[in-house]
Design a binder for this molecule. Sequence first.
Ligand code: MLT
Length: 278
Amino acid sequence: MHETRVGEFTLRYATSGDGPVALFLHGFPLDHSMWHAQRAALGDVRTCVAPDLRGFGASAGVTSPILTMEAHARDAVAVLDAVGAEQADVVALSMGGYVALAMWALSPDRIRTLTLMDTRAEADDELARAKRDDAAKHLLEHGRERFSAGMLGSLVGPQASLYARGRVRSMIEGTSYETIVAALAGMKVRADREDLLETITVPALVVCGKQDSITPPPYSRRMAEAIPDARLELVDGAGHMAPLERAEPVNRALRAFWLGESDEAAEETGAADSTSAP
Ligand code: MLT
């Protein structure tokens, strides 16, 4: 892992491959290792840079009681500075998607293309905010094991392999209590980004597992319809963790998107069920 300082904090990130930089932003409460299959498959066309967001993975450490999406977005820009990249193809899952949208709001010039996976633009409503508080209490009362066992069922789809399930549990159980609590607090107050979508002037790819129960396909469909130049890929047999559960079709969709191939070309190579939006 490489590292860069952001103020007092040390952020760590993995890099591999060659070519223009692609920046991979992980979901909650995970770490950069969720992108292992993408880094392994796409290193011939992109330098894959995968940070552990502040507080997570190898960027663990005491942070603050609230980890905002804007703080993560500023860190993501700092990682681009550290690797000398003016711009990146940003690929972001779920909470990473909230961070990517904050990054578009703060530093749109640093984003060459945007891939949003299993995420949404809407802020939390009152019920979702209350659930964040309940989740934090549940974690502190019952511990990470019960918390991760509870989350697993909603993070992965029914067809997820035992390996994918194991990977997800390891990532959750490797995340500190205070980071989980601070990230829940940050997601709870994140801005609504629905109006931002129409300002996204770079090409976008929106990916969603068809069995995603946390951010089901209608969220992705709405995002793909609102972003002026967006392609939508729905992934068969995947839940919320589409790039981990069904890496091959997701990797094919990313490759086709970056290389400017048509949806049909992606489909011919067996990529996901694919529709152009709107
Ligand atoms: C994630 O996968 O990052 C989370 O499910 C996002 C969220 O809780 O809103």
